[in-house]
Design a protein around this ligand. Structure first.
Ligand SMILES: O=C(O)CCC(=O)C(=O)O
Length: 271
């Protein structure tokens, strides 16, 4: 359940943080699974998404732990990651307050921001990348490592969600679509979303957010997620696959049952 205060923050600022939502033993299991996967991806190598610098050439010399930006969809393949975050009862209780008792995961990704080599994520609104109607989808990010100003925590522009959708631009060499760069120079009122392991930040799909490079010697691992209600999946034009995590108020652990939306084109926003 979310509190009245969290509800008010969500409406006013477009986000709220729940501290210590996932217990430290669960976070330790998640982290061990992630590191083990990076070292031994086996047949799931496609889950590893290298930094742009590596894709464009250069950076091949980096170790596995230093060169990957994210692990796309790892949660679906690893019960410890799925059950300890995407389908964790405490997390689902918050999501349920936002979207009701029939919940599916639309997006799951581990965001690695390795010490010294982790790059920036450009200013964007999540829905600017999805380009769908799921304005009220639940977006969240959990800290696995401490996320601080020094190691590239996310930054939000509070209340930016009131401005609605801005068309995103794919700049040459850019990581993915982003808010027009002329709109994000010298932004005033930006806040650093500093989190401890187990803290989760929830935000509105129109929220302007960004994260800077990690110039520190501390890694910054976190996990992003988008959940949709059953009703939202039925209006889906672009996403084909969803994964059940709660039916009629009952949490559903791994392995997640897949819901296929027939008319959808299979896309991933790619952020
Ligand atoms: O992990 C990051 O720094 C960026 C995450 C993000 O932008 C997102 O989950 O939408």
């Amino acid at each position: 359940m979310i509190t009245v205060e969290q509800q008010q923050l969500y409406q006013r600022d477009g986000y709220f943080i729940v501290r210590n939502l996932v217990e430290s033993s669960a976070i330790a299991e998640i982290k061990a699974t992630i590191l083990d996967f990076i070292d031994n991806p086996g047949e799931l190598e496609q889950v590893l998404d290298p930094e742009l610098v590596v894709r464009q050439g250069g950076g091949e010399h980096l170790s596995y732990r230093a060169k990957f930006r994210k692990l796309q969809r790892l949660g679906r393949y690893r019960p410890t990651v799925w059950n300890n975050y995407y389908a964790h009862p405490n997390v689902l209780s918050v999501i349920r307050s936002l979207l009701g008792g029939n919940l599916l995961v639309k997006y799951d990704s581990v965001f690695l921001k390795p010490a010294k080599t982790g790059g920036a994520t450009p200013w964007h609104q999540d829905i600017g990348l999805w380009r769908d109607d799921h304005v009220e989808a639940a977006n969240a990010w959990i800290a696995v490592d401490p996320a601080s100003k020094e190691n590239g925590c996310m930054q939000f522009l509070p209340a930016s969600h009131h401005g609605g959708l801005i068309d995103h631009v794919l700049y040459e060499g850019g990581l993915h679509g982003e808010l027009p760069r002329n709109l994000v120079v010298n932004l005033e009122g930006v806040v650093d979303i500093e989190l401890q392991p187990g803290d989760v930040v929830f935000w509105h799909s129109y929220m302007w957010h960004y994260s800077p490079p990690n110039t520190s010697d501390q890694s910054r691992i976190g996990m992003g997620a988008v959940w949709a209600s059953l009703e939202q999946t039925q209006t889906s034009k672009r996403v084909k696959e969803y994964f059940w995590v709660m039916k009629d108020g009952q949490p559903l652990p791994h392995p997640p049952e897949k819901l296929l939306v027939d008319e959808g084109t299979s896309v991933d926003a790619g952020y």
